[in-house]
Design a protein around this ligand. Structure first.
Ligand code: FPP
Length: 236
């Protein structure tokens, strides 16, 4: 039996509630997103210090394009700004940064910035911080199936050879273990198309806190709840 770990190896977070956090304060939604980015940065640092090996956050879904042009534009500007800042965070923590999702939809300079972030941090050995942008679990699985079908039609693979590992290796998260704990903020209790394949056995933790109010204490509370369940059910 695997030894009980002090912290889950992989924590995934659906960060939700930026808009409501802002509204409660009479601020524009974009102010909530700005604060949300600051908390993401802080959470990478906290998770690294707690010994979490993988942190994955849902930053922008395939559905988020439906928001107003103004909000989408502001989010893209924030991603541009944070692509630079994240490089600093990665240097401080030895973090390796990855993006999952379909990046071709973004402006060329943003695609380049994301590529640079991944390239410059690829040899780091600290926490692996993955952000999901233009990500949807169904879209990821669809793209994986397409890749596999191409191999089959090229004669490189036979249908009988397709296993769960074949699918896993074709997902954007290839090489990243499944999340042990998934946290969603702001009181919603849905997966919203996040890590559909990967979350098959993941423990779910929900908090009413809006994402900008998330903190190290809240992360520790989630880990504590996870450990309690591990003790009771042995993680099956
Ligand atoms: C959740 O709140 C926010 C989003 C889905 C998009 C914005 C994400 C960030 C700004 C953080 C990403 C940062 C980095 C650096 C990767 P919501 O707008 O859905 O809030 P609401 O449900 O209260 O309206």
């Amino acid at each position: 039996m695997e030894q009980e770990r002090a912290v889950p190896r992989h924590v995934a977070i659906i960060l939700d509630g930026n808009g409501r956090w802002a509204r409660k304060r009479g601020l524009p939604r974009t102010a909530g997103h700005r604060e949300g980015c600051r908390v993401v940065e802080q959470t990478v640092e906290d998770a690294a210090r707690l010994g979490i090996e993988y942190l994955t956050v849902y930053a922008f879904s395939t559905e988020n394009w439906k928001r107003s042009a103004e909000e989408v534009g502001a989010l893209m500007q924030l991603f541009r700004f944070y692509a630079k800042r994240l490089l600093e965070v990665a240097k401080r923590n030895g973090a390796k940064i990855r993006m999952i999702g379909e990046r071709s939809a973004f402006a060329p300079d943003l695609i380049e910035a994301i590529g640079r972030l991944e390239e410059e941090t690829k040899d780091n050995t600290g926490i692996v911080f993955t952000f999901a942008v233009n990500y949807g679990g169904r879209d990821e699985i669809t793209r994986a199936v397409r890749k596999i079908a191409q191999k089959v039609s090229a004669g490189e693979l036979s249908p009988e050879e397709i296993t769960e590992q074949t699918i896993e290796a074709s997902l954007d998260t290839a090489g990243i273990p499944a999340p042990d704990l998934l946290i969603r903020t702001s009181g919603e209790q849905r997966l919203s198309n996040f890590l559909l394949w990967q979350a098959a056995y993941t423990e779910l933790y929900f908090t009413d806190k809006y994402w900008p109010d998330f903190s190290k204490e809240e992360l520790e509370r989630a880990i504590e709840a996870y450990r309690g369940r591990e003790r009771r059910y042995g993680g099956v």
